[in-house]
Design a protein around this ligand. Structure first.
Ligand code: NAD
Length: 346
């Protein structure tokens, strides 16, 4: 099978990212785009050579794609994905994170997905970032022994006042910092700790963007059945400062995957990976910087993986069932925060 027809639903920031990588994939013949916004239809046509529809149902019925990407605002994921899973069982689906904005939506979608006949991938993008893959590989290769403690730092000033309105509305987004950004770190926790979550404690804060009803900062602790504890220090209230990455502390040493800040933001594909152990050949800074941490393009690799799921039968590496585990942690953390930091058992 070759010459894939792919439909993208939503042509904002993430829809454009998907379109670029489908266009460059080499195995996608036709690109379809559904968005109700005329300016975005123009971009889809002119920049990506897409056939354009104003509604996703007509795109599916008239365009007959074999695969679709859902890149709409968070609140729409459930309606669109559940429609596709019920009406179009032969279509492969890449659904952007989050899987849903509340636990009922996530539970229903996970159930529907289990009966879907075609691959479904959820866009937990850091699982495609070379440095994070390398950090986890080191952990699995026993480079630092059994892990004890994980710490994720996601400090990156993002100007809420310039966000699309839906991102500032908790009903439409499902939440602020944690749902929109911190979710990537919760995903790393679950992926790295590789053990069921047993309890969480969280605190949501409005420290900088006090005028918006979504939190700009979240501090969370997640405990796993294997004894690992993980702590998230996450904030968009960090003007002029970026610190993004994860540290893994084990019985014999530590692994640090660290962001590289560049003018105007962060180069997520250009993290460095360092290993700290007593046996290492120490660099002057005390760490062995892993030279083989591959530079990747994680969004591109995610799209290429999805195309391979459709055309080659590759198993999706983040299924709705995997995403549900992360979403359950996220919802439990919000519940804890709403109860003033009460410990929530899962
Ligand atoms: N994986 C990642 O790293 C990552 C990064 C950013 C955003 N995202 C996710 O991608 C999704 C989109 O975020 P964004 O930043 O692109 O938002 P955005 O507001 O820039 O884009 C959303 C688009 O959806 C369109 N839209 C709304 N309802 C629609 C409908 N019913 N049918 C078709 N189009 C519709 C809007 O016109 C807009 O083009 C979100 O769920 C977000 O969480 C993921």
């Amino acid at each position: 099978m070759s010459g894939l027809t792919v439909g993208i639903i939503g042509m904002g920031f993430m829809g454009s990212v998907h379109a670029r990588h489908y266009r460059d994939n080499g195995r996608v013949d036709r690109l379809l785009v559904a968005t109700p916004v005329e300016q975005e239809q123009k971009i889809a046509r002119e920049r990506f050579g897409a056939e354009v529809f104003s509604d996703y149902r007509s795109m599916i019925q008239q365009g007959q794609p074999q695969a679709v990407s859902i890149c709409t605002p968070n609140f729409d994921h459930y309606e669109i994905a559940s429609w596709l899973m019920q009406e179009a069982p032969g279509i492969a689906i890449l659904i952007e994170k989050p899987l849903g904005v509340n636990d009922q939506q996530v539970a229903k979608l996970t159930k529907l997905a289990a009966g879907h006949q075609s691959p479904i991938l959820v866009g937990h993008s850091l699982r495609f970032a070379g440095a994070y893959i390398k950090g986890r590989e080191l952990l699995r290769q026993n480079a630092i022994g059994k892990p004890c403690y994980l710490e994720a730092r996601y400090k990156w000033f993002k100007d809420f006042s310039k966000f699309p309105a839906w991102k500032r509305d908790p009903e439409l987004s499902g939440g602020g910092f944690l749902m929109q950004s911190g979710l990537h770190m919760l995903d790393l926790f679950v992926w790295y700790a590789d053990s069921p979550v047993v309890e969480v404690t969280g605190h949501a804060e409005d420290l900088y963007f006090k005028d918006f009803p979504v939190e700009d900062t979240f501090f969370g602790t997640v405990r796993f059945a294997n004894g690992v504890a993980a702590h998230l220090v996450g904030s968009s209230a960090t003007k002029g400062f970026i610190d993004y990455g994860i540290e893994v502390y084990g019985e014999r040493g530590a692994i640090k995957v660290e962001s590289v800040a560049v003018p105007g933001g962060l180069d997520i594909d250009n993290h460095s990976v360092s290993l700290f152990t007593e046996e290492s050949a120490y660099s002057p800074s005390g760490a062995l910087v892993i030279p083989s941490a591959p530079k990747s393009d994680f969004w591109k690799d995610e799209i290429n993986h999805f195309v391979s799921c459709v055309l080659d039968g590759t198993a999706p590496i983040v299924t709705p069932a995997d995403a549900k585990i992360v979403m359950d942690v996220c919802f439990a953390l919000y519940k804890s925060a709403a109860l003033g930091g009460k410990t929530i058992r899962l």
